[in-house]
Design a protein around this ligand. Sequence first.
Ligand code: NDP
Length: 328
Amino acid sequence: MATFKAIVIDKTPAGQTVGLVDFDERNLMEGDVTVRVEWSTLNYKDGLALTGKAPVVRRFPMIAGIDLAGTVESSACPGWKAGDKVVLNGWGLGETHLGGYAQKARVKGDWLVRLPATMSAREAMAIGTAGYTAMLAVMALERAGIAPARGPIIVTGAAGGVGSVAVALLAKLGYAVIASTGRPAEAAYLKGLGAAEVIERKELTGPARPLGKERWAGGIDAVGSTTLANVLSMTRYGGAVAACGLAGGMDLPTSVAPFILRGVSLIGIDSVMCPLALRQEAWRRLATDLDRTKIAAMTAEIGLADVIEAGTRIGAGAVRGRIVVKIG
Ligand code: NDP
């Protein structure tokens, strides 16, 4: 019997269990490409799945992990052959399809993106879903006509994964970045990533006025709730805000005023079911528009056995930057 190491979440009458186990290869799900997973990563959603705080997992037993990077071992998909280096983000990995915290994965070839030639599998996972989502958000702002000359961009949840990569990306592209954080002690870290200004999270957590002082041309919001409502109410005329997270809550207590009186756009970002062409564009851009020395400096490395404990920390908002998981 061939087995491999995996972090498996299961459901018992007593509640959720999670552990590092030897997984029988015969229990892998259907797919036309088998990947030797070399690196994975820890995202907010992985924390929710590992702790069972939210119903992320919809099939049991489930191998956790919404991301993977590695090498194709075998393929029945015309686009892929053994030896190809690949990245996979989302598509239900770790939710409905066995995920990335495992030495092996069997997946659909249509879900895979080729690893950019200049990027290692570890670098791709240091970026991970968090960083790829930050890139999707930047691309969405660009499509809405936002450019550095239009004014500053606010990033909320700035010291987290999506936020940190968004700050680094925007700074390299020439934007003046205002980083909002609940951890003022991370101000030097955020300035090191390229933030021009750091503001305290509490400035944006009270109830939002319909319209506030026009402070920024756009925003990337990882927090939701009253934070997003305040970001919208302080967005300049014709600006745009990309909403990608709910770290502060799923509600959105706003009014139509920013939309109908200032022509502000609110753009939704989804990384999970994002079409392939947009993913490929995002990974191309990540290879060129991101200062990877900054990503390396904000990335901590753990092994498969450490994933469960780290999942608890990210759920508590206590992780700075990114965490990569060494699998191979
Ligand atoms: P992290 O935990 O790394 O970052 C979240 C950050 O949000 C924290 O570091 C903290 O930043 C801030 N935060 C945490 N709790 C609160 C709170 N109660 N109120 C206000 N701010 C808070 O997670 P990720 O960066 O991986 O993910 C961020 C969000 O984006 C999550 O909600 C996640 O689900 C979502 N997401 C969505 C995706 C999509 O496809 N739409 C893809 C990836 C992520 P600070 O300390 O600086 O204030």
